[in-house]
Design a protein around this ligand. Structure first.
Ligand code: F6P
Length: 327
């Protein structure tokens, strides 16, 4: 049974991720197909507060499926976390006649949404748009696959030069709280070690592995470090290594925001398109206040309050495999 929603708002919020544009395109086109008007909210919750809102046409989303970034722009809004900010945002939505929302973002976006819905009633669905993959209720998030591929391409290049100079490289990848990019790119690149925020880094064990590799004349050693590793990231690791091994030629590279940009992979485009399409149908069917995700190739619905639970642990078998495969 479909309802009579006639106007929806859509926004992207938090760190951008490749595939957000593909998701916007899918939402806009599916909604307009069903006779629903779509209003683009620029710069996430901040644009919502400021009324930076415009009516979108199908042509507004032409030629964007292959583009990184987000045509709606993104922001992290401190003002939205205040009572006044939320009230202003709600007033803007009602004055534009917006009856429901599609929120594309990550953990911070949905945490904001949960607080907002405690005060104001407006139907909403969320799409997981983050390179970090740190949400429960989905096997993949929009942008994760592309970010990992970007990291893999960069680390492969670093291995070439590392081998040419017999150097040890520390490569820092994104992930303040989540080690999925580090774990997956590290395994894909045959990293000798991978340091993750979810596990306690035993620095002595890291140094002993370097020592062992030195003694057996393994000339290349690549250490992939997640930005949020508890030991302190690439800089802290670098200091420890040069202190212990003054004769090893060590370099550190921070990949940084390069991982957030670029043309989305096929996997991210298809994921974004499927979820964007399903989001509009969910709003029409009154399946709201939840994030849509993909689990075992099926679209599933997880309440926002559950999606932001950070009990999304790394696969133990993948963590175990790190040192077996790099032997
Ligand atoms: O969007 C996720 C993320 O890229 C994290 O991996 C990283 O810690 C953070 O955003 C960086 O945020 P900012 O671009 O605001 O510095």
């Amino acid at each position: 049974m479909t309802n009579t929603i006639r106007k929806i708002g859509i926004m992207t919020s938090g760190g951008d991720s490749p595939g957000m544009n593909a998701a916007i395109r899918a939402v806009v086109r599916t909604a307009i197909y069903h006779g629903i008007e779509v209003y683009g909210i620029r710069r996430g919750y901040q644009g919502m507060i400021e009324g930076d809102i415009y009516k979108m046409a199908t042509t507004d989303v032409a030629n964007i499926i292959q583009r990184g970034g987000t045509i709606l722009k993104s922001a992290r809004s401190k003002e939205f976390m205040t009572d006044e900010g939320m009230k202003k945002a709600y007033d803007q939505l009602t004055s534009h006649g917006i009856e429901a929302l599609v929120l594309i973002g990550g953990d911070g976006t949905f945490r904001g949404a949960v607080k907002f819905f405690e005060k104001f009633t407006i139907p909403a669905v969320g799409l997981p748009g983050t390179i970090d993959k740190d949400l429960a209720g989905t096997d993949y998030t929009i942008g994760f696959d592309t970010a990992v591929n970007t990291a893999v391409e960069a680390i492969d290049k670093i291995r070439d030069t590392a081998e040419a100079h017999d150097r040890l490289f520390i490569v820092e990848v994104m992930g303040r709280d989540a080690g999925y990019i580090a774990l997956n790119s590290g395994i894909a690149c045959g990293a000798e070690d991978i340091l993750l925020p979810e596990t306690v880094t035993d620095i002595e064990a890291v140094l002993n592995r370097i020592d062992y590799d030195e003694r057996r004349k393994k000339t290349v050693h690549i250490l992939v470090v997640a930005e949020g590793d508890d030991f302190g990231g690439s800089e802290a690791i670098y200091k420890k290594i040069v202190e212990r091994f003054p004769n090893i030629d060590v370099r550190a590279t921070i990949l940084g925001h390069i991982q957030r940009g670029g043309s989305p992979s096929y996997a991210d485009r298809v994921l974004a398109s499927r979820l964007g399409y399903a989001a509009v149908n969910a709003l029409r069917d009154d399946r709201t206040q939840c994030m849509l995700g993909i689990v075992n190739d099926e679209v599933v619905f997880t309440p926002f309050t559950q999606a932001i639970k950070t009990n999304n642990t790394l696969r133990a078998d993948m963590v175990e495999m790190i040192h077996v495969l790099s032997a």
